[in-house]
Design a protein around this ligand. Structure first.
Ligand SMILES: Nc1ncnc2c1ncn2[C@@H]1O[C@H](COP(=O)(O)OP(=O)(O)OP(=O)(O)O)[C@@H](O)[C@H]1O
Ligand SMILES: [Mg+2]
Length: 863
């Protein structure tokens, strides 16, 4: 370990490399003294540079270079080192460039896991809320262990003092029987309580741990999730939390009670008869040897088995969801073969484990049994020669059989304890990483929309390799700005910086003159809506996906946003309209539909700044224009930042920012940039034509209105129409004939109705049809049922569970039926009702207030 000495304001540091200048694995010493950087091999200076004003790092495979920039503009390779030293050199380089003196600690990064007392203490703190219960459980464990030791002793007394005594004292006989019954009853009772206590405690602790981890992960920085990777967080939540839980609830208590048992029995045996007890120790070395050799072998074999089975899981996880790719490349045979090979390997390793176990355990049993025979032999002789009584040897044998058990238990439990401690350590590791991007102390909330400024912003996902450099941008409130540039030039990065997913490395971003690091994070993200390049949808209903992130929204708000995003008409056509559950990965929606849904999600937030990251890239030309124009409509007065390759959108913006390699290379009005014939012109010249340039004027003259025709419930009459499934509506003195009523939220709000004419055009929306006058309501309800029938379940006779499928034997308002639901998503539990969606998408509603008690009980026990 080297320390840099702090003498003057001149920067000084000494760092060791691990490669010499010929790239041999030998240390050299880099000395920085002010602006002079020199390299020493031992005491000999082998290289030096003067007038170094800046240092930087270049990375390669297994070799990094320290680069010096001199005041006369030269770039010089100073030293070389492997990746192990990268972090260390980064720190020194940073400090040098900032002119801040630092202490250089050359700590060898140790890969070994530091499991130990620290982790145990940390666990103890986590479990602190339940400490009393834990102690209670542990005490019970000890008592039951103690109780286990009583019966053999009673047996001894029974044999020696009752059975073999000439007088056969009957009171003692009865007493012993009573004691035996009492101790067995106590054992049964206490172990039941102990089991329950520990199991419940386990469930609680594991829930706690998962909650803490989940909260931590979800509140953490974007970069944290990226770095740790979602699947690893998942495994922390499941496997590691499970192991930790096992450790707390079973591992540690087992360890303690078994130790206690061994000691307890040992003491008893030696008190009963020291000579005989000494014989018990004879097989102990053999047993310990067996245990240790088993441990070594089994560790390797089980680990290999686990690795192979994990490989298979990840293989399957990789190919099944991506089966589209697999099939489109006709790789089915290949994948099946590969899996078969992996399965064979798993089989092999399982066989090896079975072989090991089939040898080891009987051998172990044999040794233990042999030692029992030894006791019989030695003890038998002592009984015959009258040295000990027969009861002693009986008790002895009984204790011996309990003595080797715990030794075995311990050897089984210890490796798992080791493994669980590692798990606990892994959880602790994650929890101890503190988020960098946090809410400021005194969060500010500037008025928005306001001016947005980037001032000399530098940022890199790794600070040493900036992807955006010296960005200076000024966006006025209400301005429409287009950011263009080649793929990878840093456009999305700029958007993420504005949302503060990452903090800038240098410079600052201001909103209304306030650094965004001082602005309330939630406020910022509420006011700035981001439609990302890759649309992410949740595995739930369309409606939920739209309102995500915004509270207190009515159905009408959702519909309005979807109309703006031009997706409403398509949603209405989905099986359950807005209540349609999107399949995993948005199966039911096309790429363009997903984009529009994501736009609706942004619009509904009613933000002041909208960032569209290639938001219309998956749409055809007409839809893209339409979406774009409505987007412009809603964003009147709002600031809009469009990251786009679309010439139409670019030409219609107030300002264009051209990025190249993370730098702003051009900036200005689109026409000006065209005339400049620079980068921008090169990018778009082939797509430019008259229409694009003059489109703006056309667009301005045309104003499209979003129509949400919500009916005023008091001024409407609904009449029967020519068809059973349609109605006539008389509204504000006008008659609309043959309208088809449809539920737009059949599961969450079946009273919300849309009315459509023959051509499928939406004429009206009714927020809650039950508020209509009696007659209208009846007519509407009747017609509605011919389009959207929802069976009302009156009674549940039985629910049979068949694998992933539930068979519901129910009575409905339309008669009895057997309903089959598959998977848990087709049983929707809402506040006061449960909705069943059967295999064929029929709906059944169970009103919890209306069904009888027995049905209710069946339901609650199943769902
Ligand atoms: N999460 C990340 N971690 C590390 N590097 C990243 C990350 N995201 C982007 N980069 C890198 O930053 C650079 C800029 O990426 P960015 O996503 O900003 O490009 P872009 O201009 O939006 O490109 P595109 O037009 O393809 O979307 C790229 O070189 C990319 O490799
Ligand atoms: Mg991008």
């Amino acid at each position: 370990m080297k320390r840099a000495s702090i003498v003057t304001s001149k920067f000084k540091a000494e760092v060791k490399t691990d490669l010499d200048r010929e790239l041999n694995l030998r240390e050299e010493l880099v000395k920085i003294d002010g602006n002079r950087v020199s390299v020493f091999d031992g005491d000999k200076e082998v290289f030096s540079v003067d007038n170094v004003i800046k240092l930087s790092l270049e990375t390669g495979i297994s070799v990094d270079k320290l680069i010096g920039f001199t005041s006369d503009g030269k770039e010089i390779e100073i030293a070389y080192f492997t990746k192990r030293k990268e972090e260390l050199f980064k720190k020194v380089i940073d400090a040098f460039n900032k002119g801040e003196q630092i202490e250089v600690k050359d700590e060898e990064s140790e890969e070994g896991v530091r499991v130990g007392v620290g982790t145990l203490r940390w666990l103890w703190n986590i479990a602190s809320r339940y400490r009393k219960t834990m102690i209670f459980g542990a005490t019970l464990s000890l008592i039951t262990t103690g109780l286990n030791l009583v019966p053999p002793y009673l047996l001894k007394i029974l044999i020696d003092s009752v059975l073999l005594s000439p007088s056969h004292p009957s009171t003692l006989f009865i007493n012993i029987i009573v004691y035996l019954i009492a101790s067995y009853s106590a054992l049964a009772l206490l172990s039941s309580i102990q089991n329950r206590t520990l199991n419940n405690l386990g469930s609680r602790i594991i829930n706690d741990l998962r909650e803490i981890l989940y909260k931590h992960a979800i509140n953490h920085d974007y970069s944290f999730i990226e770095r740790i990777s979602p699947s690893r967080i998942l495994s922390r939540l499941t496997t590691d939390a499970g192991n930790t839980n096992w450790l707390l609830v079973w591992g540690l208590p087992t360890l303690v009670t078994n130790l206690f048992t061994i000691i307890g029995i040992g003491v008893i045996l030696f008190t009963l008869n020291p000579t005989l007890a000494a014989f018990i120790l004879i097989p102990v070395p053999a047993i310990i040897y067996l245990i240790i050799s088993y441990r070594r072998k089994s560790h390797r074999l089980y680990h290999r088995n686990w690795r192979r089975s994990a490989d298979i899981t990840s293989r399957i996880n990789d190919t099944i969801p991506n089966f589209l790719v697999v099939r489109s490349f006709s790789k089915e045979e290949y994948e099946s073969k590969r899996l078969r090979e992996m399965l064979n390997k798993l089989y092999e390793s399982s066989i090896a484990i079975n072989k090991m176990n089939s040898v080891y355990w009987p051998l172990m049993g044999f040794v233990v049994n042999l030692s029992t025979v030894l006791i019989w032999w030695v003890g038998g002789h002592e009984v015959i020669s009258g040295i000990i009584e027969i009861g002693v040897i009986t008790a002895f044998i009984a204790y011996v059989s309990q003595f080797y058990g715990p030794i075995n238990n311990l050897s089984n439990v210890l490796p798992f304890i080791q493994q669980s401690l590692t798990s606990a350590e892994r959880i602790r590791e994650v929890l101890e990483v503190k988020p960098q991007i946090t809410n400021p102390e005194n969060p500010k909330r500037p008025n928005m929309p306001a001016e947005i400024r980037f001032e000399h912003v530098y940022f890199g996902y790794d600070p040493h390799f900036p992807v955006v450099k010296d960005i200076n941008i000024e966006i006025k409130p209400g301005e429409k700005v287009a950011i263009v540039g080649k793929s990878g030039s840093g456009k999305s990065t700029i958007a993420k910086l504005l949302l503060r997913f990452y903090d800038v490395n240098e410079g600052r971003i201001l909103i209304d003159g306030i650094d965004i690091r001082e602005i309330d994070l939630n406020y910022l993200r509420r006011k700035v809506a981001y439609v990302p390049q890759d649309v992410v949808l949740f595995d739930t209903t369309v409606g939920y996906n739209v309102v995500y992130g915004t509270d207190n929204l009515s159905e009408v708000d959702i519909i309005r946003a979807c109309k703006i995003a031009k997706i409403h008409d398509e949603i209405v056509k989905l099986p359950f309209a807005y209540d349609t559950i999107l399949g995993e990965r948005g199966t039911y929606l096309s790429g363009g539909q997903r984009q529009r849904l994501s736009i609706a999600r942004a619009i509904i937030k009613n933000p002041d700044v909208l960032i569209f990251d290639e938001a219309t890239s998956n749409l055809d030309v007409t839809s893209e224009r339409e979406v774009y124009e409505t987007m412009m409509d809603v964003s009147k007065g709002k600031t809009v930042i469009m990251i786009t390759h679309n010439v139409h959108e670019v030409m219609n913006s107030d300002k264009v920012i051209v990025l190249s390699n993370g730098k702003v290379v051009e900036e200005g009005k689109p026409i000006e940039l065209l005339n400049k014939k620079g980068e921008f012109y090169k990018m778009f010249k082939e797509q430019i034509n008259e229409e694009n340039i003059f489109a703006r004027m056309k667009q301005n003259s045309k104003e499209e209105k979003i129509i949400v025709n919500l009916i005023d419930i008091h001024n409407v009459k609904i009449d029967q129409s020519v068809r059973r499934s349609t109605v006539d509506v008389i509204y504000q003195g006008k008659v609309y004939r043959v309208l088809v009523p449809k539920m737009l939220f059949p599961i969450t709000k079946p009273t919300f109705i849309g009315l459509y004419d023959e051509s499928g055009k939406e004429i009206f929306l009714i927020d809650d049809y039950t508020k209509l006058d009696e007659k209208s309501r009846k007519v509407l309800e009747n017609a509605l049922a011919y389009n959207n029938l929802i069976f009302q379940v009156r009674k549940i006779n039985e629910i049979n569970i068949k694998g992933d499928q539930l068979e519901w034997d129910v009575e409905t308002n339309k008669g009895p039926i057997k309903v089959y639901t598959i998977g848990r998503r087709n049983v929707v539990v809402l506040d006061s009702k449960v909705v069943l969606i059967d295999k064929n998408d029929n709906l059944y509603e169970i009103d919890l207030d209306k069904i009888d008690r027995k049905s209710f009980k069946i339901l609650v026990e199943t769902v």
